[in-house]
Design a protein around this ligand. Structure first.
Ligand SMILES: [Zn+2]
Length: 587
């Protein structure tokens, strides 16, 4: 996600017009559907198009008044389950009135669809014990597709989804305090653009490493079919390492980390190897040139890596620890060097006025890894100020990392923890999750988002609430938290007002036009697989969203249009939260 607007100068007007018309038509189809009462594949039946685990609650939502529903088996259209719909409830976020079809008692594995008399039939879905394993595979493998500095090829499973090695040359920008070549090959393209940004890399990579730490036993055998597969290290760690190594290269000799490596402005909608703009290491423009948020994020993530990679590559783990300690020392010396785009640079800023939460996260992770009392003391002295950040999570997860710090301290459960601080961090985390749980149960769409949460990256926030609930479940096991986490996943996979899956090539009716250069510039019929859309955004920071009807309720301010970077871009931070959520709910 970015806070600078993208550059569309290379989009042809006809394409833009076509895209806008296409999105308008889609919208009209969706709005018109209730009146038409179409018989097949009705978007008025909203359900998880991937499906439901066998023992989980299974709910679909119907947005046209009806009385009964049937679940039919896809293979022979035999009715397997019948039920009565609940009374309607109005969802203020979307304006929809929805009735619940509850078929939780159906536990027979298979592929099904719902038939609702007077409404139509739903998209197909599965009931299976491992129903989300394919989605996890695609969502995690999507990071491989974002690799920079190497040729990428998704192989025979996705013929044509490939790009040549990109951004192989780099140099220092004048704002970095240095000059000359700085190749820094590696890392992931951040989003729909080809920039690489330390703070967003921080939350994304940290979240993936946490997914490994918390759910590794479920993930270790999952082969992602990436170049490192079979090397003895679990593939989620192989993939995370690709970005981690780039992050380590962004550290200067004094321990500080530059904020980002991008071109001065966004390139057009071209494949990555066709982007000829110089890839530049960009700094703050004046001493000490590196930024505190980027450096503290590096300290936090490298500290996690130091413990996570220990069983697989001791040398790599040790180099991460050295990097983390050097970065920490730098932030002690420079606790408040913030970043603003220097003159002439218009790529994502990822600006943040307060790097104290990044330092809190770094201290918690360093203490968790090393047990050194100085890190414990830092946490104890600073955490209280950040407890309110737990009460409601922020869509800008890269900017507000205090929850990661507080959860890290609570999850570490080290014997040398300060008991008062541990109790507060743990109790506040659990109390916040209980509020989220209550809100999710009250919400007619069974999601955790608050009324004001339909902002840039709202889908990532839904996944992040899922993460909050899964962390709470780890601190104090509670099936209800797991169910509510699952509810947020159902929303992302089709149980939403649009009845679309917000993960490319996943589900029977996924979105098609992400703001993602390799999808837009390539010649494949579908976008690159496994990518999560940013989701509805009532702030409307792009022309496509501003062109939608002015009176749309917040949850409906979305367009499946490549031009809608404010609602339909992909991004590594919310992608990582989707992976965490999937990893957490898989059996
Ligand atoms: Zn690249």
């Amino acid at each position: 996600m970015r806070d600078s607007l993208d550059d569309f100068s290379t989009d042809t007007p006809s394409r833009r017009t076509f895209e806008s018309l296409a999105s308008l038509l889609l919208l009209l189809v969706i709005l018109a559907a209730p009146a038409c009462g179409q018989k097949n594949d009705s978007p008025s039946i909203k359900l998880d198009q991937v499906g439901y685990p066998i023992d989980a609650q299974k709910i679909a939502l119907i947005s046209i008044p009806a009385r009964t529903f049937q679940v039919k088996r896809s293979v022979d259209n035999v009715v397997i389950f019948e039920g009565t719909l609940s009374a309607g409830a109005t969802d203020s976020n979307s304006g929809d009135s929805v009735q619940v079809a509850d078929f939780s008692d159906l536990r027979t594995p298979g592929t099904y669809y719902l038939e609702v008399p007077g409404v139509g039939r739903s998209w197909t879905f599965s009931i299976a014990p491992d129903v989300f394993s394919r989605t996890y595979y695609l969502a995690m493998r999507a990071f491989y597709g974002q690799r920079c500095g190497t040729a990428v090829n998704l192989g025979p499973e996705f013929p044509g989804y490939a790009h040549a090695a990109c951004h192989l040359e780099g140099r220092f920008h004048s704002s970095s305090g240095k000059q000359g070549r700085r190749d820094n090959v590696g890392g992931w393209h951040d989003a729909g653009d080809y920039g690489r940004y330390m703070v967003n890399s921080g939350i994304a990579t940290g979240t993936l490493l946490w997914a490994w730490e918390m759910f590794g036993s479920k993930l270790k055998a999952i082969r992602l079919n990436i170049p490192e597969s079979g090397n003895g290290t679990p593939d989620i760690l192989n993939e995370a390492r690709w970005n981690l190594e780039w992050m380590l290269k962004m550290q200067d000799d004094d321990g500080g980390a530059w904020h980002k490596q991008t071109s001065e402005h966004f390139c057009g909608f071209v494949m990555p190897e066709e982007d000829r703009l110089p890839s530049e290491v960009i700094g703050t423009g004046k001493p000490p040139y590196k930024s505190t948020c980027a450096t503290a994020d590096l300290a936090a993530v490298a500290a996690i890596a130091a413990r996570v990679y220990q069983p697989f590559d001791k040398d790599f783990a040790a180099s991460n620890l050295r990097a983390a300690l050097a970065a920490w020392t730098w932030t002690e010396r420079y606790p408040d060097v913030t970043f603003k785009n220097p003159p002439g640079v218009s790529t994502g800023e990822y600006g943040d006025a307060d790097c104290g939460d990044e330092q809190l996260w770094a201290a918690a992770e360093l203490w968790r890894t090393t047990g050194e009392s100085r890190f414990n003391r830092y946490f104890v002295d600073h955490y209280a100020k950040y407890l309110p950040a737990l009460r409601t999570l922020d869509a800008e997860s890269w900017r507000v990392v205090a929850p990661m710090g507080l959860w890290a301290y609570a999850l570490a459960a080290r014997p040398d923890a300060d008991s008062h601080s541990l109790t507060e961090a743990r109790d506040a985390s659990l109390a916040a999750a209980r509020e989220t749980l209550k809100r999710t149960r009250r919400n007619p769409y069974h999601i955790s988002l608050n009324e004001g949460d339909f902002r840039w990256g709202s889908n990532g926030l839904a996944a992040n609430f899922g993460m909050e609930l899964l962390v709470a479940n780890a601190l104090s096991p509670d099936r209800a938290c797991l169910d509510a986490a699952l509810d947020n996943l159902h929303y992302l996979l089709g149980r939403n007002t649009f009845s679309i899956s917000w993960v490319t090539q996943v589900g029977t009716h996924p979105f098609r036009h992400p703001h993602h250069r390799p999808s837009g510039a390539g010649h494949n019929p579908q976008p690159w697989p496994g990518l999560l859309s940013g989701g509805p955004n009532a702030d409307r920071q792009d022309p496509v969203l501003r062109g939608l009807p002015a009176d749309l309720p917040p949850a409906k301010v979305y367009s499946d249009d490549q031009g809608s970077y404010a609602s339909n871009e992909v991004c590594i931070n919310w992608q990582a939260m989707l992976v965490f959520l999937l990893a957490g709910v898989m059996p």
